[in-house]
Design a protein around this ligand. Structure first.
Ligand SMILES: [Zn+2]
Length: 435
C-alpha cells in the first residue's frame, strides 16, 4: 500500500458524481486487502486483481455533479458502496431486477461505465481513502445533520441492521460474538429493535479471535486497552453483560447465567449447551467463534454469520440434530419490510439517542496510513474500535488543527481516545490535489 498522486476522476455518465470524503473507515475486509491475505475458498473467483483505492465506509460531500436528478455540489452524503448492474452499464441480472441489488449476479463483471463489486474495490470509481472518488447518485443518501463521526458508520451500521433483521425473533436471549465495531453495532441494533432482549457479548481481549491479520498484526508495545472501560462502553450500547474468556469459559459462564445445562461430549470436545441462547450473531466468524456459536444455541436457534468466515470445520451434526438455522449476512440492500437498509441506518444515525458515539476512536490523515493500519490491526486490545482516515471535507479538521494540546502529541504515537470523543493528531497534514 502506498499514497500517491493520481488524476482526480471525472464523472463520465449521467447520474455520476465526484465525492470528496470527509471520513473514511478501515474495516476488517480492508485489513485483509492490505495484508494480502488470500480470499477464502471460492470467493477468490470474485477477487479484483488490479490495484485499487480502498475505502467503502464513507461520509463525504458532493464536489462535482452534472446530469443528476437530485444530487448537487455541496450536498453532504452517506454512501452505499455496492455497484450493481445499472451502475456498470450492464443489462440487469435477475437479482437486480427483483430489487435485491446487494445480491447482484454481475458483481465480478466490468461494464462500460464501471468495474468491481463496490466503491473501494473498483478501478474506475476509486475509493474513500482518497481526496475524491466517483459514485452514482443512486448510491447516495443525504447526510443532512448527521455529524461525520456518526455518518462514517452508515455502511457498517447498514451491515449490522441487515444481520439483525435476518432474525425473526423467536425467544428472549441472544449472544453477540466479537468486540469490534461490527459487534457493537449489532448490539446497538438488537437493543433498538428488542428493548427487552437479553444480550450477552462474548469476547477475548487476548485476541485469539483475530487470526487473519498476517505479519503486520503485531501490536505496538505502547498500546494498551482499558478492559473495564471497554466493557462499560459495550454495555452502554445495549449489552446486558460482557464476558471475556476462552470458548469453554464462555459456554460454562453463559450456562450458569442463563440456567442452561452443560452437556459434555464423550470425545472430550467443547461442551454443548442445552437450553442456550435463541440467536447468535457471529461478528468474528473464526474457527473458535463458530465452534462456540453453534454450541451456545438452543434447539431451533439461529446463527447469523455477520462476518466473513474462512474455510472451517463446522459441527454439522449439531446443526442437523437441533434444526439450527445458519444464515449468511454479507451486505445490505432492501429489507423484507421493503425499506432500503441504508434508509433505516440513516434514520438511526440521525437519532442522537442511538448510542454509537464511542465507536470512532482514532482519526488519521492519509499520509499516516501505516500508523492507521497498525492501530486498526491492534483493534480492541489496544483501545481501537473504528479507525478512520480524514479527507479534505472533514468537519473537525479546522478546529482540531487549531487545538494547541493536540500539537504536543509525538508524531509516532497514535492517540488513544476518550470513550465519547475522537481526537486526531496534528502535523504531517498537507493539502494536495488528488491522492
Ligand atoms: Zn445485477
Amino acid at each position: 500500500m502506498q499514497v500517491r498522486q493520481v488524476p482526480v476522476p471525472v464523472p463520465q455518465a449521467p447520474g455520476w458524481v465526484l465525492v470528496t470524503p470527509a471520513l473514511a473507515g478501515i474495516c476488517a475486509g480492508d485489513l485483509n486487502l492490505v495484508s494480502g491475505a488470500a480470499a477464502p475458498s471460492v470467493l477468490s473467483a470474485y477477487e479484483h486483481r488490479a490495484p485499487v483505492i480502498p475505502g467503502h465506509e464513507v461520509v463525504g460531500v458532493v464536489a462535482g455533479a452534472s446530469s443528476t436528478r437530485w444530487a448537487k455540489e455541496g450536498d453532504r452524503v452517506l454512501v452505499e458502496p455496492t455497484l450493481r448492474c445499472t451502475h456498470k452499464g450492464l443489462p440487469e441480472c435477475a437479482r437486480c431486477r427483483a430489487g435485491d441489488t446487494h445480491l447482484c449476479e454481475n458483481r465480478d463483471r466490468a461494464g462500460a461505465l464501471c468495474s468491481g463489486p463496490s466503491i473501494g474495490n473498483s478501478e474506475r470509481a476509486g475509493g474513500g481513502w482518497s481526496e475524491g472518488f466517483l459514485a452514482h447518485e443512486d448510491m447516495l443518501v443525504p447526510a443532512d445533520t448527521i455529524p461525520d463521526q456518526r455518518g462514517v458508520l452508515a455502511e457498517p451500521l447498514a451491515s449490522a441492521v441487515h444481520a439483525v433483521l435476518h432474525w425473526h425473533r423467536r425467544g428472549d436471549r441472544a449472544a453477540v460474538l466479537g468486540a469490534g465495531a461490527q459487534a457493537r453495532l449489532v448490539v446497538a441494533s438488537l437493543r433498538r429493535l428488542h428493548p427487552d432482549l437479553d444480550i450477552t457479548v462474548l469476547y477475548d481481549t487476548r485476541n485469539p479471535w483475530r487470526p487473519r491479520l498476517g505479519p503486520r498484526a503485531r501490536r505496538p508495545a505502547h498500546m494498551q486497552g482499558d478492559v473495564s472501560a471497554d466493557f462499560a462502553a459495550i454495555r452502554s450500547m445495549g449489552a446486558s453483560r460482557v464476558l471475556r474468556g476462552s470458548g469453554e469459559e464462555h459456554l460454562r459462564r453463559v450456562a450458569e447465567i442463563l440456567g442452561a445445562r452443560v452437556l459434555a461430549p464423550q470425545n472430550g470436545a467443547l461442551p454443548v449447551l442445552d437450553g442456550g441462547v435463541d440467536a447468535v450473531f457471529d461478528c468474528h466468524a473464526s474457527a473458535e467463534s463458530l465452534e462456540t456459536g453453534v454450541r451456545l444455541l438452543r434447539a431451533g436457534g439461529m446463527l447469523v454469520l455477520a462476518a466473513r468466515p474462512s474455510l472451517q470445520l463446522v459441527e454439522w451434526p449439531l446443526i442437523w440434530a437441533r434444526e439450527l438455522t445458519v444464515v449468511g449476512s454479507a451486505l445490505y440492500g432492501r429489507e423484507s419490510s421493503g425499506h432500503r437498509t441504508f434508509a433505516i441506518a440513516r434514520e438511526w444515525l440521525a437519532d442522537t439517542a442511538f448510542p454509537i458515539d464511542s465507536l470512532v476512536t482514532h482519526r488519521f490523515p492519509l499520509e499516516d496510513h501505516e500508523a492507521a493500519i497498525s492501530v486498526a490491526v491492534a483493534g480492541v486490545s489496544a483501545g481501537a474500535v473504528k479507525v478512520v482516515f480524514e479527507g479534505p471535507a472533514a468537519e473537525m479538521r479546522v478546529r482540531m488543527d487549531a487545538e494547541p494540546a493536540a500539537a504536543d502529541q509525538a508524531i509516532d504515537v497514535p492517540l488513544l481516545l476518550h470513550a465519547t470523543s475522537a481526537h486526531t493528531r496534528t502535523g504531517a497534514r498537507t493539502a494536495s490535489n488528488g491522492s
